[in-house]
Each structure stands twice: as structure tokens, then as C-alpha cells.
Design a protein around this ligand. Structure first.
Ligand code: ATP
Ligand code: MG
Length: 431
């Protein structure tokens, strides 16, 4: 229907005939002279209609056109310094494709600020705002940058089931669903299936995974449905091999954002670190104790502890860093103990005081895995399909899950609801 997106038209096109399509962003109607700002995905262009120049039926179609109506405009390009992009279109014909109701449920021009709940209730309209749309263009960009990094690193994409029969990894609550005459659940992560792929010999797999977590969070960094770069890889020496991939992936994602048009448009600046520090859990406890935050050895680093560490690292100009060598007792049953069995070959990746990823080396010995399940009071018979994959040749392996919303919200320094089209939280199930 169109010849150009609005941002493709420049003063060099003066004299050319073009066809543009989009939404009526603003109208200034002075009777004999009318300016209509037409907005599409790429930007905004000015349509200038003048009595005497513009045909009367075209003037008539534009008079009183409600904001956010959808138009197809054919016309010729004129250079015009004060207009957006330095150009305007003198319309030869206008087709009204869809008339908007008014008043609008919210303002799209950025003049009137709305609360996040009003915005999410009217998300289709909120997303018309260029600064909101930019977040999702950036989301698309970082996901494809991440995929590119993984594919270049020899990972193949897999898709594991999201309807599961229970016996997930434990640790978080599951959403039960009715599955014919059986009880089933939504998967909290692809953990057990992606490990099974290591027994299958796939060597390196990734999934752009969806996690469903039935936890009653009320924070700016948790939702009940999220997505992650989820990977698993075989024939590793130890967890450092996995951290190398996570570091490479995170930096590739951050770099793609730093170099993006969207970041420029949002007037943000991002630095891409050259390397990522690897702090030991024990040292982290000392560092935060130095700031008056005491955590007893063997306990997880709580939210406040993470924030204190975030501030210490920020002073050194470091936004992103690992915490390694956690105590074994706070990591999931499948975690490989370190040479010193008090510790786990497990790590978290943190960004400015929040976790963005967890991972580690997994146990690959069947008998030891069964022992660890029992230690956690889990029933091996509930893990039959998983355990079987360990009885017929399982290589040393490990992996991680890197939350897509977490890394994006950290890149943008915003809250998680801003980076999900239709967030699912304790209270929000629609739209
Ligand atoms: P947290 O301690 O931050 O609640 P977690 O340790 O329970 O997270 P993991 O099971 O380690 O989460 O999941 C791997 C990654 O998935 C996390 O590092 C995070 O990036 C993301 N993630 C997990 N749960 C959520 C959630 N409820 N909301 C948003 N992101 C999440
Ligand atoms: Mg975690």
C-alpha cells in the first residue's frame, strides 16, 4: 500500500510522488491551512494541506479527522526545514482506512504521562508511543544478537515441552493445568529436558525458553511468565567453560544494544565492558560485611546483599560481574560439587545489584545424582525419564539460564514490566 516508510523520505526526494500510510499523530487545523502529522513504525512525517493548492475533497477528508485514525496518503514531497525530517508531503489523495474513536483512552504524543497500569491496560495504544516501541525493537535486536552469538559458537536450537507431568527441578512453585484426565503443569524451565539433550549427543543446545513460575512476587524484577536464553553444553572441564559462553553471550547482547538506533533514540549510553570479574561467594560475604551487611556462610545472598555488592562494584565502574563457588547446599540437586565438597560448581551473573543469570556444572554420574535427589527428599521415581538418560552414557555438562527481561531491564535501567508486551504478574492476567 505504500512506497516509503516515513523515515525513508528525505529532502533529496523533493518533487517525488510518494505514498505513506500511518496513524494521525497530531492535527493542526487552521481552516485554510492544515498540518497532519502521520506516524508509522519508522517515524513521523508532516502532511501539509492548503486551500487553493490541495484538492477540495482531500481538504474535506482531513478536516475533523480524529487523532489516531489510519490514513493512506499519496502526494508529492517538498523540502521544509521546520517539519520533522526536513520534509513535508503535499497530499494529492487521502484514503481514510480506519476512523479512531475519541476521546482516546490515553495520550500517545507524550504530552500527558499515564501510570504504568493505565498504560498496560491500553497496551496496544501505549506501544504506539515511539519511546515505548523502541524498547521492543531493542528486545528483538538483542534476542537476535544473542542467537547469532550462540549459533556462531556451535549451539543448535531446541524446543522442549512446556506442558510437563510434574517432577520439575524443584525450588519454585508450578502452575497446575488440567490435561485431560491427568494433572499437568507449566514448565518452570527446560532444565531436565536440555540435560537430556546432552545424553542425546547434541553437544551444545540453546532454547529461547519460556519459564512459568507460580510465585507470588511483588517486585520490579519478577514476573510469572518470562523468557530466557537457556543453554546446555557437553564435554566441559568445569564451570569456567560455561561462564566463558555466558560472558560472551551477555557482552554480545550488551554490545548490540549499545550500538543500536534505539539506544540513541532513547538517549541512553551504554558501555560494553571488556571483561567480567569473577568474584567468589566467600569474598563477596567479606566485601558486603565491610559495608555492614552480614550474611552467614551457607545462606544465599539476599536482595539487600545483592544491592550492597552492586554499589561496591559500581564504585569500581563495574556493572556486570559473576559470583562463583556458592555453597553446595543452596544450589539445586543436580549441581556438581566442587573439589572441596562444601562448594558448588555454580555461579550467578549479576548486573548492578540484580541476578540476571544462574548456571553451573551438573552431576553426570547416575548413582551420585540419585543420592543427591534423596538428600533433597525428592523421589527418584518421579524423575524416571530424566534419570534414565544418565544410565546409558552421559558426558560431563553444564549450562545456564539468562533472563531476557532481566538483561534488557538492566540495559535500560528500568523495571521489568516495561520490557514485556503483556506482563503476567500476581494481579495481571489481561490484556
Ligand atoms: P531470583 O533469585 O532473581 O528470583 P532465580 O534464582 O529464582 O531468580 P533461576 O531459577 O536461577 O531464577 O532462573 C534463571 C534466570 O531466569 C534468573 O537469573 C533470571 O534472569 C530469570 N528469572 C527467573 N525467575 C524470574 C522471574 N520470576 N522474573 C523474571 N526473571 C526471572
Ligand atoms: Mg538463580
Amino acid at each position: 500500500m505504500r512506497t516509503h516508510y516515513t523515515n525513508q523520505i528525505t529532502p533529496a526526494d523533493a518533487g517525488k510522488d510518494v505514498v505513506v500510510c500511518g496513524w494521525v499523530h497530531e492535527v493542526r487545523d487552521m481552516g485554510k491551512l492544515m498540518f497532519v502529522l502521520l506516524r508509522d513504525r519508522s517515524g513521523i512525517i508532516q502532511i501539509t494541506a492548503k486551500s487553493g493548492v490541495t484538492a477540495e475533497p482531500v481538504m474535506a477528508a482531513l478536516h475533523g479527522i480524529p487523532k489516531e485514525s489510519v490514513l493512506r496518503v499519496s502526494g508529492s514531497v517538498l523540502a521544509c526545514k521546520p517539519a520533522p525530517g526536513g520534509v513535508e508531503v503535499s497530499p494529492k489523495s487521502v484514503e481514510v482506512l480506519s476512523v479512531s474513536k475519541s476521546p482516546l483512552p490515553m495520550d500517545v504524543t507524550g504530552k500527558v504521562k499515564a501510570e504504568i497500569d493505565t498504560r498496560l491496560d491500553n497496551r496496544f495504544m501505549d506501544l504506539r508511543k515511539p519511546e515505548v516501541a523502541a524498547i521492543f525493537k531493542l528486545r528483538s535486536r538483542i534476542v537476535s544478537a544473542g542467537i547469532k552469538y550462540l549459533e556462531n559458537s556451535g549451539f543448535i536450537e531446541v524446543h522442549t515441552p512446556k506442558i510437563i507431568a510434574s517432577a520439575s527441578e524443584g525450588g519454585t512453585e508450578l502452575f497446575p493445568i488440567a490435561y485431560f484426565d491427568k494433572e499437568a503443569f507449566l514448565a518452570q524451565s527446560p532444565q531436565l529436558y536440555k540435560q537430556t539433550m546432552m545424553s542425546a549427543g547434541f553437544d551444545r543446545v540453546y532454547e529461547i525458553a519460556r519459564y512459568f513460575r507460580a510465585e507470588e512476587h511483588d517486585t520490579v524484577r519478577h514476573l510469572n511468565e518470562i523468557m530466557a536464553f537457556d543453554i546446555e553444553m557437553s564435554f566441559i572441564k568445569d564451570e569456567a567453560d560455561i561462564m566463558d559462553v555466558l560472558e560472551g553471550l551477555s557482552l554480545a547482547v550488551i554490545k548490540s544494544a549499545a550500538e543500536s538506533e534505539e539506544i540513541k533514540f532513547l538517549k541512553k549510553e551504554i558501555e560494553v565492558p571488556k571483561k567480567v570479574d569473577r568474584l567468589r561467594y566467600d569474598d563477596v560475604l567479606d566485601m558486603i560485611a565491610g559495608q555492614g551487611k552480614k550474611i552467614e556462610w551457607g545462606h544465599d545472598i539476599d536482595t539487600e546483599g545483592e544491592k550492597v555488592l552492586g554499589r561496591i562494584m559500581a564504585k569500581e565502574g563495574k556493572d556486570i560481574y559473576f559470583i562463583t563457588k556458592y555453597p553446595l547446599n543452596i544450589k539445586p540437586f543436580y549441581t556438581m560439587p566442587d573439589t572441596n565438597k562444601k562448594y558448588a560448581r555454580a555461579f550467578d551473573l549479576e548486573h548492578t545489584g540484580d541476578e540476571i543469570s544462574s548456571g553451573g556444572q551438573r552431576i553426570h554420574d547416575h548413582a551420585f545424582l540419585v543420592k543427591r535427589l534423596k538428600h533433597w527428599n525428592l523421589k527418584p521415581e518421579n524423575f524416571e525419564f530424566y534419570l534414565k538418560a544418565f544410565e546409558y552414557g552421559m558426558p560431563p555438562h553444564g549450562g545456564f539460564g539468562l533472563g531476557i527481561e532481566r538483561i534488557l531491564m538492566k540495559i535500560l535501567n528500568t523495571q521489568i514490566r516495561e520490557v514485556v508486551l503483556f506482563p503476567r504478574d500476581r494481579y495481571r492476567l489481561t490484556p
